[in-house]
Design a protein around this ligand. Structure first.
Ligand code: NAI
Length: 671
């Protein structure tokens, strides 16, 4: 069977470029998705058209008896279908165009579903978005238990929801609870959970077993048994209305409808039409089209491409792979950097002057390991990969050495001077400094070109961005390796010049200082924070200052030459009120949350206007960073600010927002 499909790969089919099609000696048709010239399978226009041709052939074969079943499988080494091809979304400018493009796809999926012979999807690796919608139109779904095998509907992250009738098919297949959760959260579901929820019918242990299992499923004409679907109580009123209310409540806790309408529109669609499969299928398109052409979706797609641009800073084909890391300093940052690298599969030695500090640092990683590794053996393996190393024995074996000790120039200089000769010749030598210049630290070295900055943000596990800092002498090769390392641990690298504050702190500081100055001038802190959130920031600047620590803010302000001009902050710092960590700062903190006065209610227009004013210094500083070449391009500045500060992703980045600002969205002219 394997040979038959592989020989099909060699024979060219004049109609197919992204798919291979072969009917084997048992009359099983194999549709093998292997997009030409791409490393992953995305469902673009051409692959969908070609799939339509395959369906025609299978329809004919089913009629004349030459085909007894169809298996849809990937021809890629790893991965099934990564979703619809986002690159093609930009072609749509009107709702009509969207509706026009969706119609033939949905008709084709109906034809797959209506085939008289069994249709089996055989999944190894990622199967998300449009890919999941396609397999839900099949009669039976088999997946490997592999850790990389995941199903999911990530559409909400792009400001839309499933548009190839995935809303109706997932509800029919798994019932409204699991389906709506999957669509609203956009998370990736592991194979075992997907099987439990009903997205998958059968699991196999390995990729090798997949084809055989698919063959058997065709032979035995297996058909999935949908869980509850539309016949279940939950799809009926009043349960549906009640569920929709709960979902709305939950969603509101996470996002605002004016910023992210897609999940709310999905709930509305379910509430209004979720009682009938046919009706939901029809109405899905009508609700989907306006989202697809919305500014929000366009901007979120931009954010996706920006994340790809960040990853692309790590050059492909680099003949260097980081496997071992040595971290010096087991404090707040060092311990978490070590833990994160271990969670990404690396072996890490952790050094500190204090053995007690190392112990504390190791213990603090338990939470991360529990979250990352569900199974005990995996957790134990992770623990074994995190090695206490008070004497620094790991230095000579490491591929990457990261220093995260006290922020003192002479101490760091002395440390690196001692390290320089002990490192492997091709190992990366990096400092996590947040305020010192890389070239100053490198001054003491024989080979200053070797040192770079790898600047993590706190908390390490949650912040997706890491700045890779280029000192005046840093060699390009070291920067490339630094970016490759950051990518290897699943973070986004941003290559920045060694200037005070690099990019992220540089743009954050004037924004936060500006907000604190307003508090000095008598503006309510609650109003400021609410206004920033109205704009789309994940947290208001005053709450953020308290979270970061007011002493740290004052220090950063000094480094950036912004002085100690915020008297309110200075007073708080003097009286030991440093924010969240001391239980009091601008706010009083209880159970890890700031206590805010409840009474205050502000008009939306007022908040929008203030929110816009608050981010203005950030936008100006971002522009200056472009002008001064801190980061290579304006797009990368936008990317860095979004992933480094959480700047409202649906606005597409500070510079993009500024350039595309339209009256009526958020403008200073608002009432
Ligand atoms: P920390 O004070 O929590 O930890 C520093 C650790 O280094 C201590 O455990 C100390 O015992 C150890 N240490 C000091 N000298 C040492 C030496 N010569 N050899 C081995 N260990 C030594 O400091 P934190 O906050 O983790 O900061 C470390 C570095 O990371 C600094 O350069 C800081 O600027 C930078 N950074 C800090 C961030 C934060 O939010 N705390 C964020 C990003 C960067």
């Amino acid at each position: 069977m394997q040979d038959a499909t592989e020989s099909a790969a060699r024979a060219r089919d004049p109609e197919l470029r992204d798919w291979r099609f072969e009917v084997d000696f048992e009359r099983i048709a194999w549709a093998i998705f292997d997009r030409e010239g791409e490393s992953a399978n995305a469902l673009g226009r051409r692959p969908l058209e070609e799939l339509g041709k395959i369906v025609e052939r299978v329809e004919a074969g089913a009629r004349d008896g030459s085909i007894r079943g169809l298996v849809i499988i990937s021809g890629k080494e790893k991965g099934f279908i990564v979703g619809a091809d986002i690159r093609e979304f930009a072609d749509f400018t009107t709702e009509e165009q969207v509706i026009e493009a969706i119609k033939p796809v949905n008709e084709m999926l109906d034809r797959i579903e209506n085939l008289s012979v069994p249709v089996v999807a055989a999944i190894d690796g990622v199967c998300v978005g449009g890919g999941l919608e396609l397999v839900l139109a099949c009669h039976y779904r088999i997946a490997t238990r592999d850790d990389a095998t995941r199903v999911g509907f990530p559409e909400v992250k792009l400001g839309i929801f499933p548009g190839f009738n995935g809303t109706a098919r997932s509800i029919r297949q798994t019932g409204p609870l699991a389906a709506m959760q999957a669509m609203l959260k956009g998370s990736m579901i592991r194979a075992t959970a997907a099987r439990a929820q009903g997205f998958i019918d059968q699991l196999v242990d390995s990729k090798g077993a997949l084809r055989w299992a698919a063959r058997k499923a065709v032979m035995q004409q297996r058909k999935s048994k949908p869980k509850r679907g539309f016949a279940g109580l939950l799809a009926k009123w009043p349960a549906r209305g009640f569920l929709a209310g709960k979902m709305r409540e939950e969603t509101k806790k996470k996002v605002r409808e004016d910023h992210y309408p897609a999940p709310f529109k999905l709930i509305e669609l379910f509430e209004t039409h979720g009682g009938s499969y046919a009706e939901l299928k029809r109405e899905e398109t009508a609700a989907f089209a306006p989202l697809m052409v919305s500014d929000t979706s366009r901007n979120l797609r931009r954010v996706y491409f920006l994340s790809e641009a960040l990853k692309a800073q790590a050059p492909k084909g680099l003949d260097w792979k980081p496997l071992r890391v040595h971290v010096i300093g087991a404090g707040t940052m060092g311990a978490d950097i070590a833990g994160w690298c271990v969670a990404s599969g690396m072996e890490v030695t952790l050094q500190d002057l204090s053995a007690e500090q190392i112990e504390k640092g190791l213990a603090a990683q338990e939470k991360l390991f529990k979250k990352k590794f569900r199974k005990k053996p995996q957790r134990e393996a992770a623990r074994a990969r995190l090695i206490p190393d008070p004497e620094g024995k790991g230095v000579g074996r490491a591929d990457v050495v990261i220093e995260a000790i006290v922020e003192k120039l002479e101490v760091k200089q002395a440390l690196f001077k001692g390290l320089e000769t002990k490192l492997k010749p091709d190992a990366v030598m990096a400092s996590n400094t947040s305020s010192l210049k890389i070239e100053d630290i490198a001054e003491a070295l024989n080979d200053p070109g070797r040192l770079i900055g790898i600047h993590f943000f706190n908390p390490v596990a949650q912040m997706p961005l890491v700045e890779v800092v280029r000192g005046q002498q840093s060699r390009q090769q070291e920067i490339d390796k630094g970016a490759a390392f950051v990518t290897a641990i699943g973070k986004f690298p941003l290559v920045v010049k060694s200037v005070p504050g690099f990019l992220v702190n540089r743009v954050l500081a004037p924004y936060m200082m500006g907000a604190m100055r307003r508090v000095d001038e008598g503006e309510e802190k609650e109003k400021i924070d609410e206004a920033a959130r109205t704009f789309g920031m994940p947290m208001g600047p005053i709450e953020l200052a308290d979270t970061v620590g007011l002493d740290v803010c004052a220090h950063v302000g000094q480094i950036l030459g912004l002085g100690n001009e915020v008297s309110g902050t200075a007073k708080l710092v003097q009286s030991g009120k440093l924010g969240k960590k001391t239980g009091e700062g601008y706010y009083t903190w209880k159970d890890g949350k700031p206590v805010k006065s409840e009474e205050a209610r502000y008009g939306n227009g007022e908040l929008e206007k203030l929110g816009r004013e608050l981010v203005e210094p950030l936008i100006k500083e971002a522009q200056r960073a472009v002008d001064e070449g801190v980061v290579e391009s304006a797009d990368l500045v936008d990317a860095g600010v979004i992933f480094g500060t959480g700047f409202a992703p649906f606005r597409g980045g500070p510079l993009y927002f500024k350039a595309h600002e339209r009256p009526g969205t958020v403008s200073l002219a608002a009432e």
